[in-house]
Every structure is written in C-alpha cells, then in structure tokens.
Design a protein around this ligand. Sequence first.
Ligand code: PPS
Length: 290
Amino acid sequence: MEPSKDYLFKYKGFYFSLETSPEYLDSLEDFEIKDSDIFIATYPKSGTVWTQNILSLIIHEGHRNGTENMETLDRIPWLEYNIKNAAYANLPSPRVFATHLPYYLVPRDLRNKRARVIYVTRNPKDVMVSYYHFSKFICTLEEVPDFNIFMERFLAGKVLASSWLDHVEGWYSHAEDFNILFLTYEEMKKDLRSAVLKICNFLGKKLSEEELDSVVRQATFENMRKDPRANYENLPENLAEKNKGSFLRKGTVGDWKNTMTVAQNERFDKVLTEKMKTLPIKFTWDINNM
Ligand code: PPS
C-alpha cells in the first residue's frame, strides 16, 4: 500500500512530510556551511533528541546550569523542516542542526568534509517499534493502527525518511566524504559517559569532571523525561497529540520484543536482517546482551 499523499511526498527518491517543500529542499544544496557547524544525522527514532540534548549540554553552559531557557527546536533546528523560521545566521556558534536527510541530499559543502557530522544508528527493530508508537502521537505522520501494516511499510521504505537500510548503508559507505563520528544508541545506553567523552573529543571540547558529570546526569532517560524542554512537551497542539504519548517513551534496548510476534520477527529477519550483514555495525538486540 502506498503512503497517503496527505502526509508524505517524494523528493529525489526520499520521503518527506508536508512540512517542507521541493523548492526549499533544492536550496539546501547551496546551504552556507560554517566550519564550526555540527549536524546530527539520523534515521528517525534512532536517538536524535537524545544527541540534541547531549550537544546542548556539552556546548552551552547555560543549558547545563539551567540559566537559559531555550526550546530544543530553536536551539537545534531541523535542517529540512525548519522552512518557516530558517534564520540560521542568528544561531549562536557553533550552530547545531538535526537532520534525517540521506547522505546525498545534504548541503554540498558538508559532503566536502566541512563542518562535523554525528551519525547515530539504532537496531532497526527498536527503531520500527518506536516509529510505530510515534506515528500515533505526531499529527504530521499518518497513524497506522495495525502494526503488521506499519511493519510492511517500514520494510518497504514507505515511511518518512524511506528505507532504514538505505539510510544507514548510504551514510556508512560514504563516510570518507564527511568529517563524521558514528555512534550507536545502544553504546550510548550501555555507557553514556564514554559516549559523551567521544563526542567531546570529536568536537575538541574539554569539560571538567564536574561538567562531564552534569552532562551525563542530565542526559539520562529519567532526567530528560522530567525536563519539559528535553521531552519536547511544549510542541504546539497541531503537532503532537499529547494524550497519545510523549517523545521520550521507553528509552530502552529490546522493547521490540514487547510488540512483535514470533511470526513478525521471522518476517522481519527474512527481509532485513540478512541484508544488514554487509553493514559495518554490530547491533545489540537485547538489553541483557549489552
Ligand atoms: S525523532 O522523532 O526521529 O527525533 O526521534 P529520536 O529522538 O531519534 O528517537 C526517539 C527515541 O529515543 C529515545 N530517547 C532516549 N533513550 C534513552 N535515553 C535517553 N536519554 C533518550 N532520549 C530519547 C526515545 O525514548 C525514543 O525511543 P522509544 O523506544 O520510543 O522510547
């Protein structure tokens, strides 16, 4: 079944929601990059908001010590969806952007190794289950109540951001074009402190032990969930149905087991798991194996 045109459109082989336009996407090719810019690139539901929050905590002292009150979307705008407020020049340096773009649609200069990219992946069964729940909560996505149908769309890449495998495969196989750090959701979950240190090293940012402790403490699932800004609780009503969920839902590894049946898991493995073997990533499917 094709995705509804009321929710998605295709541009250069990739599905976008209607919050952006082909003209705006065209303009991103010439987007003016600054060397200090940082881009968080992900397939949806792979740890974007988590990484946005970690970067804000690392970079901005005011975010860390609570003296500033800036919404995450203003602090770290979506490159391809922030079409109405694209006043990027006013962002404090270093500017940080979030994007779900595939490697081939990002600004040209980024592909010429300017600026920095942090690419985060997550095991695709957890991505799919998280995505399924998110579609109920976010109004700009089509709600697909039947998980079987959602899974078939996900496996066929007929969702916002298209095929999970193509996205991940594309970014990994073009790593040499970028100044890029790869992280996985699962390694962040297993050892958040090491992941934060990796990010600091990549950015050339030195934090004191106390500052590092503070970043790690504030970036745990429990603490982010309590922070309305980190949990995107101030989204407008026409964007999120707040009685149907929240941005930070479960935040764990292996939650797919609570949703997928044995048959669904077999179907998933048949379609995707075999193809994933060429990826240079070791996925963790279960919290007990970490
Ligand atoms: S989006 O819509 O693409 O920006 O979503 P994204 O932020 O990439 O992914 C959302 C999932 O990440 C989980 N999350 C976290 N997990 C662990 N720790 C922390 N601090 C954290 N912050 C966000 C969030 O709960 C979503 O996963 P699920 O499985 O749905 O809980």
